[in-house]
Design a protein around this ligand. Structure first.
Ligand code: SF4
Ligand code: FES
Length: 253
């Protein structure tokens, strides 16, 4: 059992305080957390205060494992003050990002005394979600470089992201909308990482279905499994499946 805000809750081994709080409907803000990715603890906005049963003080709840007898507060005066400072720093890094502005409003913060810091990518808050997503799909096309205010996310040596497969996972997880891809003709451009990739088109209708290197990667992963990789678009795939089902199900009288 752990205690959150004076109430006891059951917790399973291996869970974090954030997971228990979410399951029990207790609000803890997050920015660098994603259920599909390993926790990293970079934004610290999920901070809670441990008051007993563990090392006392402020700590990130997304990386804090539960332990029997742990007592935490998610909305103490210290927690609120800490989150307000953090969101002021984030406002300096990403003043136009809706996710940051909404969070600032929720935390009662309207402006920031800090100057724009760090990352050269517009609105990047260095949460690292894009880096972890890229690692998890096995591309390793981007990573963190430099320290302190020069820290940023970049392809190796700041050059074109040669290892980018065009899966666009980084774009999907980026909370600030910093990561951008655009399509033009038969090319997919990873604008943020200076990547340029060939687009695969549906052989039936010609709709774009994804980037060439991604198909190659998926084929490689499914090699020897007997699973075929089709490059039909979702609509043509459904039509094909419907045709196959009809052929099996509709028996001639
Ligand atoms: S580009 Fe987006 S996902 Fe990547 S570190 Fe910056 S804010 Fe996070
Ligand atoms: S959500 Fe926990 S440190 Fe970012």
């Amino acid at each position: 059992m752990i205690t959150i805000n004076g109430r006891e809750f059951p917790a399973r081994d291996g869970e974090t305080v954030l997971e228990v709080a979410r399951r029990e409907g207790i609000w803890i803000p997050t920015l660098c957390h994603h259920e599909g990715l390993n926790p990293y603890g970079s934004c610290r906005i999920c901070v809670v205060e441990v008051t007993a049963g563990g090392r006392p003080g402020l700590t990130a709840s997304c990386t804090l494992p539960v332990s029997d007898g742990l007592v935490v507060e998610t909305d103490s005066e210290r927690v609120r003050r800490c989150r307000q400072v953090l969101v002021r720093l984030l406002l300096a890094m990403a003043p136009n990002a809706p996710v940051v502005r909404e969070l600032a409003e929720k935390l009662g913060v309207t402006d920031t005394p800090f100057k724009r810091l760090g990352a050269d990518k517009d609105g990047c808050i260095l949460c690292g979600l894009c880096v972890r997503a890229c690692e998890q799909v096995g591309a390793y096309a981007i990573g963190f470089a430099f320290r302190g205010v020069r820290r940023r996310v970049t392809p190796p040596f700041g050059k074109q992201a040669a290892a980018c497969m065009g899966c666009r996972a980084c774009e999907q997880v980026c909370p600030t909308g910093t990561v951008k891809f655009t399509e033009s003709g038969d090319r997919l451009f990873g604008d943020t990482w200076q990547a340029e990739l060939q687009v695969v088109r549906c052989p039936e209708c010609g709709a774009p279905v994804g980037a060439q290197p991604l198909f190659g990667h998926v084929r490689e992963q499914l090699d020897n499994t007997g699973i075929a990789v089709e490059n039909l678009c979702p609509i043509c795939r459904r039509k094909k499946l419907a045709g196959e089902m009809a052929a099996v199900c509709v028996q001639p009288k």
